[in-house]
Design a protein around this ligand. Structure first.
Ligand SMILES: [Zn+2]
Length: 277
């Protein structure tokens, strides 16, 4: 059955000894504004709360992302410290790392502001560590690594004909001698390349090594190239890596064309095998 909305209502307020006050109104004229007056604030509060929580959620995710990147940066800084030969530092991962797994147990919700504050407080420390400690140490490491002799001083096909260490005297006497380097086979006149950049300390003749070149690479590294047929550099010259310092020969105490190659570390002769690659 259809309910009929009355057309108009009359409210009568009566007071003793006074003429009654009357209001006449249509019911819709009261219900509609009343509904608007109640629903609007509720909707506004609801919308505000929703948008705040959405914004907070976005900020939290953003802050968590920043912290995750900081953690990755931390790990990178740790690697750089090791490479630069600096002591290890205990790096503490940030508390909030929602993407790491597995997870469990109880957790306290972290506010976006708190996360961003943590991120902000860690950045200057990381930056200072990089600039003040790691960068100079790393530079030094790279220079030392660049000064380290690397590779074989010949570009032609070659073999080691005599290793480093004790060996029988190659001149047929029944005695042993300590061979202070490696002997490489190669065709007479093959170019001999320096194995690291440096300064030519010696480029001369001696009875034992014949024509030979000694290059000082700095950081305690020196290399010797001996029994050369011809010298290509002179004392005091700066040489780049791979530069030709002379040509393979058989001068000095040599039983045939070959290259004698020695590596010195802080004044002590060492096995060049550890420097071939
Ligand atoms: Zn030799």
């Amino acid at each position: 059955m259809k309910r009929r909305i009355p057309k108009r209502y009359i409210v009568l307020i009566s007071c003793t000894d006074k003429a009654p006050i009357t209001f006449s109104f249509h019911p819709l004229a009261v219900i509609v504004p009343l509904a608007i007056a109640i629903v609007t604030p509720i909707a506004w509060v609801g919308m505000t709360l929703y948008s705040h929580s959405q914004r907070n959620l976005m900020l939290t995710e953003e802050a968590a992302d920043v912290l995750q990147q900081l953690n990755a940066l931390d790990a990178e800084v740790k690697n750089l410290r090791e490479r630069a030969g600096l002591p290890r530092t205990e790096f503490a991962p940030t508390e909030a790392d929602p993407k790491s797994s597995p997870q469990g147990g109880t957790g306290t919700p972290v506010e976006a502001e708190e996360l961003l504050e943590t991120a902000n407080s860690r950045l200057p420390a990381l930056s200072a560590d990089l600039k003040q400690e790691i960068e100079p140490a790393l530079e030094n490491t790279l220079l030392r690594e660049a000064a380290r002799p690397t590779g074989i001083p010949l570009k032609v096909t070659t073999e080691i004909s005599s290793p480093f260490g004790l060996r029988r005297n190659p001149f047929g006497r029944r005695s042993f001698e300590f061979h202070q380097g490696l002997d490489f086979t190669g065709a007479y006149g093959s170019p001999v390349h320096v194995t690291a950049p440096g300064t030519v300390e010696k480029a001369e003749w001696s009875g034992g090594y014949g024509y030979h070149v000694v290059v000082n690479h700095g950081y305690g590294y020196r290399t010797l190239y001996a029994h050369l047929s011809k010298l290509e550099v002179s004392q005091g010259a700066q040489v780049n890596n791979d530069q030709i310092v002379g040509y393979l020969g058989s001068t000095g105490r040599s039983s045939g064309p070959h290259l004698h190659y020695s590596v010195y570390r802080n004044g002590t002769v060492v096995d060049p095998q550890g420097y071939l690659d």
